[in-house]
Design a protein around this ligand. Structure first.
Ligand SMILES: CC(C)(COP(=O)(O)OP(=O)(O)OC[C@H]1O[C@@H](n2cnc3c(N)ncnc32)[C@H](O)[C@@H]1OP(=O)(O)O)[C@@H](O)C(=O)NCCC(=O)NCCS
Length: 279
């Protein structure tokens, strides 16, 4: 069965005019319009990268011509392939369907795709909470984790270790709700994660995480913990912008206004820019 793990460093991507205009031509009009509405360049770039990752995956792994790919969103926002419905033109048996999902945060946009099973992906950067202390942040988040998960998260001595454990648990919960597509309407107390204490290494991706759903251990789900900065096969294959658009072909006419609007955007909110420069 096919499997894809791709990453693109959208945070450090500084598109030229022709890069941005070409990318904008290669995604669906409504997505181009949506991306144009972001206030900050970092959000526009990560959303653009997400769309290109999805289309590249559908084109290269499912063999669907770029111009025929029609992505739509479920009522809760999960992108899926709406057309063409039949992948192989002959009457032979259909290969198992692909499932795909993207996530973007911090410096990275990532895609995970799997053939024959549902997939969800979530990338998390360990950041200090913006306006509150760590204990206050944890207090606000109390209801998102079970008592057992909190005991594990708070067993780390230093605050940054606790935060790292917090984000590991959070990413697992999000990846699950993104696989099932329900979005954040799902009661996160229903799922409880049991992580192994092994650190991420270059040798292999961690696959020992177990999930309990409504207090029963689930055996049908596999959770992979990957670090985007580690090389494959442990982690994602890092793509350049050239890789991202290697198979792309334009769907719409060039729209110079789309670059004019992009270059007017500030990279990120002031507070985030200050945090990044202070590192
Ligand atoms: C899906 C969701 C969990 C993503 O959270 P996040 O960690 O902030 O974002 P990520 O970067 O990991 O993922 C964003 C990507 O996930 C995908 N996505 C959006 N909604 C999704 C869903 N319900 N399920 C799976 N994937 C989803 C999209 O590709 C999105 O990127 P894009 O908008 O640029 O295309 C969150 O946005 C959410 O809960 N959305 C649904 C809201 C909802 O339930 N609304 C109810 C309406 S009744």
């Amino acid at each position: 069965m096919g499997s894809v793990r791709w990453a693109f460093r959208c945070g450090s991507w500084t598109p030229t005019r022709s890069d941005w205009l070409f990318a904008a031509r290669c995604i669906q009009q409504e997505e181009k319009d949506r991306i144009g509405q972001f206030v900050f360049a970092k959000d526009a770039k990560s959303a653009m990268a997400g769309r290109l990752l999805l289309r590249k995956c559908v084109y290269e792994r499912m063999g669907i011509p770029w111009s025929e790919i029609r992505l739509e969103r479920s009522p809760r926002g999960k992108p899926y392939l709406a057309a063409p419905l039949k992948v192989s033109p002959d009457s032979g048996p259909e290969p198992p369907a692909w499932s795909f999902n993207v996530s973007h945060q911090g410096d990275y946009a990532v895609l995970a795709a799997e053939q024959g099973v549902q997939v969800g992906v979530d990338i998390m950067k360990t950041t200090m909470p913006g306006s509150s202390s760590v204990p206050e942040f944890f207090r606000i988040m109390t209801r998102q984790f079970t008592a057992y998960e909190w005991s594990v998260i708070q067993s780390g001595g230093l605050e940054h270790q606790q935060l790292a454990a917090f984000y590991r648990h959070w990413a697992l919960k999000e990846s699950f709700i993104k696989a099932i597509g329900t979005g954040l309407g799902f009661n996160l107390q229903r799922v409880e994660f049991h992580l192994s204490s092994e650190p991420l290494t270059q040798k292999y991706a961690l696959r020992q995480t177990k999930m309990h759903l409504d207090e029963e251990e689930e055996y049908d789900w596999l959770f992979e913990r990957l670090h985007p900065a580690l090389p494959p096969p442990t982690s994602f294959t890092l793509l350049s912008f050239s890789d991202l658009i290697a198979s792309a072909s334009p769907l719409t006419e060039e729209d110079p206004a789309c670059w004019d609007s992009f270059k007017m955007k500030a990279e990120a909110p002031q507070r985030q820019r200050e945090t990044h420069t202070a590192k």
